[in-house]
Design a protein around this ligand. Structure first.
Ligand SMILES: Cc1cc2nc3c(=O)[nH]c(=O)nc-3n(C[C@H](O)[C@H](O)[C@H](O)COP(=O)(O)OP(=O)(O)OC[C@H]3O[C@@H](n4cnc5c(N)ncnc54)[C@H](O)[C@@H]3O)c2cc1C
Length: 445
């Protein structure tokens, strides 16, 4: 049987305190690690003000890590979803979501990003084994195994070198670890432009309560998606129905001339109103309430599947290895799945049941195919929802008709609301899968 061979506690370093990095730290602490370091360029968590969907596959993991209770308290239940034609507000499909809890053990909820990140961070702070190094960037990695070694640059201080037993790079879609890894592999899988961008908007209850139609939306337990050619809007209440979260997707024109490093920009309100000018009056009213200067536009980027997520004792996590379009609402959920699997599998190394390289390879086997499939489904979903005219749109609209006839119990072009898709996304207990695969591989040794 392979063992870690370590006398002193294994030291694990994590790059990035996003959803992936925070969950890695917590999952490792829960699996008995005593020396965990998280390096984050930003001076604090600083999460953008926006909503996030809390799908059952995410909540199941958060609950096991002991942080779901606090996050759930502020979240809003999603009992139903309504998919509507943006121009007319006509309902194309209505799908009940309230059986999700019965099927998958956790309800589908939506929350504030700050609440999810805050819940994870509070969980980490309760673990004495986790040390945060904010305002600290990781640059070049000079050794990948057996002891990954990298340069650390504190914002106010001299650079220094750090060595550890395992390095987890949860450094986001712009991951410099991924770039260094691919360079060594002589492989080109740079970030790809999706030609899509997103506005993200939060409206406070007091900003919309004068409008009965908008008040009804914030008081509901409903995710609404309004679709049109090459565009859509998804919206839902968060923070105990005190905030209405609106996220759009539209062709990316504003970033076309911008340098590739640009991911977000202050958007122009008139430009935003122009993008949705042919959407219904309710949406016009909703968008016109956005305070001037608070329009934030995000560029949506992905990259082609990578040849590998690991090199030596270094592994990529979350958006660093599988950035996704947001249309399946699974980006953070998949980063959290990565982290939970790493926690459990590296825990086996700590117990002396396998080596680091072996379990990192198993991590990739358990996670890569699933994460990349969901990335593809998210892109597929947008392709179908964004059809503007022609044969393909006619076919899609027939699917919506069929769905209506069957009371929401048939294929849904919005994959996020499709019951067969949900079965695969929400129904898989990835930690259980990792445990099983580990036992199959190493159990008899
Ligand atoms: C419009 C939109 C809507 C979305 N909606 C949902 C949703 O409803 N549900 C869902 O599950 N997902 C959603 N997502 C996806 C989700 O936000 C991301 O997939 C997720 O946040 C990725 O987390 P991460 O930890 O991998 O990366 P990030 O959150 O990008 O974190 C990376 C961190 O690493 C730090 N970092 C980077 N480089 C270094 C370095 N060299 N040294 C130190 N620190 C470094 C960064 O500062 C950052 O804090 C959405 C995304 C978008 C764009």
């Amino acid at each position: 049987m392979a063992t870690s061979g370590h006398q002193k506690p294994m030291k694990i370093c994590i790059i990035g305190a996003g959803m992936g990095g925070l969950t890695c730290a917590l999952a490792l602490a829960k699996n008995g690690f005593e020396d965990i370091h998280v390096y984050e360029t930003a001076s604090n968590l600083g999460f953008v003000g926006a909503g996030i969907q809390l799908a059952p596959n995410m909540s199941r993991i958060l609950d096991r890590l002991g942080v779901w209770g606090d996050i759930e308290r502020e979240a809003v239940l999603c009992k139903e979803t309504s998919i509507r034609d943006g121009a007319t507000d006509t309902e194309l499909a209505h799908v009940e979501l309230d059986e999700i809890k019965q099927l998958y053990g956790y309800p589908h909820m939506v929350g504030h990003r700050a609440s999810l990140a805050g819940g994870l961070y509070e969980g980490c702070k309760r673990e004495p084994s986790i040390k945060f190094h904010f305002s600290t960037s990781i640059t070049s990695i000079s050794s990948w195994e057996p002891n990954p070694t990298f340069t650390t640059i504190p914002r106010h201080g001299e650079p220094y070198e750090v060595s550890c037993d395992v390095l987890l790079a949860a450094d986001g879609v712009k991951s410099s670890t991924r770039q260094q890894m691919l360079k060594l592999l002589n492989h080109d899988a740079d970030v790809q432009d999706t030609d899509q961008a997103a506005y993200r908007i939060l409206l406070k209850r007091e900003e919309i309560e004068h409008d009965p139609e908008l008040l009804e939306l914030i008081e509901s337990e409903r995710v609404t998606r309004w679709i049109g050619a090459r565009r859509h809007i998804i919206a839902y209440p968060i923070s105990n129905n005190r905030i209405y979260n609106i996220s759009t997707t539209q062709p990316d024109t504003n970033f076309a001339a911008a340098p590739s490093e640009t991911y977000t920009t202050k958007g122009s309100k008139p430009a935003m109103l122009g993008v949705f000018a042919d959407f219904c009056p309710k949406i016009q009213r909703m968008l016109s309430l956005v305070p001037d200067g608070e329009v934030c536009e995000w560029k949506l980027r992905v990259h082609a599947p990578l040849p590998t997520w690991i090199m030596g004792h270094v592994a990529l996590v979350g958006d660093a290895c599988h950035p996704t379009l947001p249309h399946l609402a699974q980006g953070a959920a998949q980063a959290i799945e990565d982290a939970a699997v790493l926690g459990v599998l590296l825990g086996k190394v700590r117990e002396g049941r396998a080596g680091v390289g072996e379990v990192l390879r198993l991590y990739e086997e358990v996670r890569k195919e699933r994460a990349e499939m969901l990335v593809e489904w998210a892109a597929d979903s947008a392709r179908e929802l964004h059809l503007g005219s022609g044969k393909a749109k006619e076919e899609r609209d027939k699917v919506f008709e069929e769905l209506k006839k069957k009371g929401g119990r048939a294929r849904v072009p919005d994959k996020w609301a499709d019951k067969d898709v949900q079965k695969v996304v929400y129904g898989v207990d990835i930690v259980g899968v990792a445990e099983e695969e580990f036992e199959k591989r190493f159990g008899g040794l």
